[in-house]
Write a new protein. Structure first.
Length: 165
């Protein structure tokens, strides 16, 4: 019995090549169109600076403090520009609080807080305190929540001293 479709070897290679090019084009488009993702490799690569990450979270906390202050100033105003700025400051506060939560969760708790550390429970509690404080700073416009967040981050600084190279 002969196959219904009979193609020469050259035709088969051409078809496979065309399908492969199409597959590469389609899958590559997904990579090109994807937004940039910041991630940390979950292996001990040694290129990340823990102290710098703490400093970055402190900068986020200062931004949240400023956001809360400006939200309070804009809250009673009803003109369009003030309402626009109010929304922008709320979104800014949310973004920076979420950045802190992500840094603690995706970096410190997965990379730096280890169950074999002698002070594991204390470290875990302090890192969890930062996450909860960031959540509360997101939920509230009162600047005291933002200040508590900053204090909770400062409590982590002793674990991650600056390294002089």
């Amino acid at each position: 019995m002969q196959p219904i479709y009979s193609h020469s070897t050259t035709e088969k290679y051409t078809m496979i090549k065309t399908l492969l090019i199409a597959f590469i084009a389609v899958t590559s488009a997904g990579f090109i169109a994807s937004p940039a993702v910041q991630a940390h490799c979950e292996i001990p690569c040694g290129i990340y600076d823990d102290h710098a990450r703490v400093q970055s979270m402190l900068e986020d906390a200062d931004t949240i403090i400023k956001s809360a202050k400006l939200i309070g100033e804009l809250a009673g105003k009803s003109d369009a520009q003030s309402q626009n700025q109010l929304v922008r400051w709320v979104m800014n506060k949310e973004k920076h609080a979420q950045s802190i939560i992500d840094t603690i969760s995706n970096y410190f708790l997965t990379q730096r807080v280890k169950s074999d550390q002698s002070d594991y429970a204390e470290r875990l509690k302090k890192h969890h305190t930062v996450i909860v404080a960031a959540m509360k700073a997101k939920q509230n416009a009162d600047g005291e929540f933002a200040k508590n967040l900053k204090a909770s981050i400062e409590a982590l600084a002793t674990y991650y001293p600056e390294h002089k190279h």
